[in-house]
Design a protein around this ligand. Structure first.
Ligand code: SIN
Length: 486
């Protein structure tokens, strides 16, 4: 009798992890998710939709052009080409799973526009609830798939290596229980680092845990300095440092005609870029940041939507009402907030990290598809396209044999920071590593964290690496803006 085949272990219940798991059929997959139904993933909070060149007159080449322009051409152009070409197929796969994208009065897919796009090419589901609808559809499919075992309430604590190759993963649950799963193949799809900042649109679990785990196992980091700040989170309690996300005020609102103003009612983006309010996100975020730093408020006026608010943008509408703002009659106070990490574990286009058996995909990874600044609505797309690509490879390749030689070594990120240290760390990073950076503040913050090496746990060590990367890149590029830059 042959021994049971060890499963492919996928860590992360967002769009990237689910896409790998679904496409890997018939390989047995063990999928670990922190929360239930992927509800705690950043994917589920996404409001903007999925970019795909499917509108009249649009084409993948134009999508590639906009992606490279937003990414300051720091992208891997082959990866970008693949992303844009595969986007229509990714949309078709989701439709086959039963996901109903929004349609116009004539029954055609409603294509929206967001920052940096020169064409209407973004599909949404449930108005601004695209991420939640997408995650729900993928979870339904995963629950129905015979090859996937789903374990919720679990996270990966450490990786077991043998002779430098993956041999297992240590899991822990919310009750403090732990277990070892033997496997030669692990995919990290754990999301980004937004929750390390005092103002963030990401869920509390997006604290860089998968990135830290991969680095501890010997994988390389790439482009850690490139953090994207969304220009318009709802300005309610920003800077609390409690790790809870600020409600996002989707860029699709500006695509639908909303405009940014300062306290005096002057248009914020006038004369700064030909696309004005729909300029690439880094420019808009810095403009809003500067306005707020000058002691003024920044406001989004979307009152023209009037009665269409609850049906077109139900998520933002509900968040505004919950904070006493009626967006149909009042301007919305906004602030920038950490939103997406372009950097991460260095991978190739097939998700390989360089540690045998360890793959990474989605926001935790950096395959350079986004360059120095991600184009709007390319992140769910990245999870779908590169997750599917990786899953198909697992399906087609033979199962990697368990490493047979060498000493077993546990590699983990070590103790985590306590709540107080985390609150302090989030404020430090927000001030030094936010939308506008300078060498003096970056160096001082790095020194402070290095001097208290244990006080901020593995999150502090990760922060030091990000600060070092930002110090090293002396000029501005994409989302990395140095006010003292060359
Ligand atoms: C948004 O809805 O504004 C965010 C879209 C994105 O991050 O791609």
């Amino acid at each position: 009798m042959s021994a049971p085949r060890p499963p492919l272990v996928v860590v992360g219940g967002g769009v990237a992890g689910l896409s790998v798991a679904l496409a890997a059929a018939p390989r047995p997959v063990l999928l670990l998710a922190r929360g239930r139904d992927g509800g705690d993933s950043a994917s589920a909070l996404a409001q903007g939709g999925i970019a795909a060149a499917i509108g009249p007159g649009d084409c993948p080449t134009a999508h590639v052009h906009d992606t490279l322009e937003a990414g300051a051409c720091h992208n891997d152009s082959t990866a970008v080409q693949y992303l844009a070409e595969q986007a229509p197929a990714a949309i078709a796969r989701l439709q086959a799973l039963g996901l109903a994208f929004d349609r116009d009065d004539d029954g055609r897919l409603r294509l929206g526009r967001e920052g940096g796009h020169h064409a209407d090419r973004i599909v949404h589901a449930g108005g601004d609830a695209s991420g939640a609808a997408l995650v729900a559809a993928l979870w339904r499919a995963a629950r129905a798939a015979g090859h996937i075992e789903l374990r919720e309430g679990q996270q990966a604590l450490a990786l077991l290596l043998r002779g430098g190759a993956v041999a297992g993963v240590c899991l822990s649950d919310a009750q403090g229980g732990s277990a070892l799963v033997e496997t030669a193949e692990v995919v990290l799809a754990t999301g980004g680092i937004g929750a390390l900042f005092a103002a963030s649109t990401n869920p509390a679990g997006a604290d860089g845990n998968g990135l830290a785990l991969g680095l501890a196992a010997g994988a390389q980091a790439r482009d850690l300095e490139f953090v994207q700040f969304h220009p318009t989170a709802l300005a309610v309690g920003e800077g609390r440092g409690d790790g809870q996300p600020l409600p996002l005020v989707t860029e699709a609102l500006r695509g639908a005609g909303a405009r940014l103003y300062d306290d005096q009612g002057r248009p914020l983006m006038a004369g700064l870029h030909p696309l004005a309010d729909l300029a690439p996100r880094d420019l808009v975020a810095r403009t809003v940041w500067q306005t707020v730093q000058n002691g003024e408020g920044a406001w989004l006026d979307a009152t023209a939507l009037g009665e269409a608010w609850p049906s077109r943008f139900p998520t933002v509408h509900a968040a505004c009402l919950a904070h006493g703002i009626d967006p149909a009659t009042q301007r919305i106070p906004v602030t920038p907030a950490a939103h997406f990490h372009m950097g991460g574990l260095a991978t190739d286009r097939d998700g390989r990290t360089g540690v045998r058996g360890l793959h990474a995909v989605g926001e935790v990874a950096c395959n350079r598809v986004h360059g120095a600044n991600r184009l709007a609505s390319n992140s769910l797309l990245e999870g779908l396209v590169f997750g599917h690509r990786l899953g198909r490879q697992f399906a087609e390749a033979g199962v990697l044999p368990m490493p047979a030689r060498g000493t077993h070594v546990w590699t983990g990120s070590g103790p985590a920071a306590g709540a107080e240290a985390m609150a302090r760390l989030r404020l430090l990073l927000w001030n030094a590593l936010g939308p506008v950076r300078d060498g003096t503040a970056l160096a001082a913050t790095r020194r402070m964290l290095e001097a208290d090496a244990d006080g901020h746990g593995w999150q502090g060590r990760l922060a030091v690496r990000m600060l070092a990367a930002a110090l090293e890149r002396r000029g501005s590029l994409g989302a990395h803006y140095r006010s003292d830059g060359r």
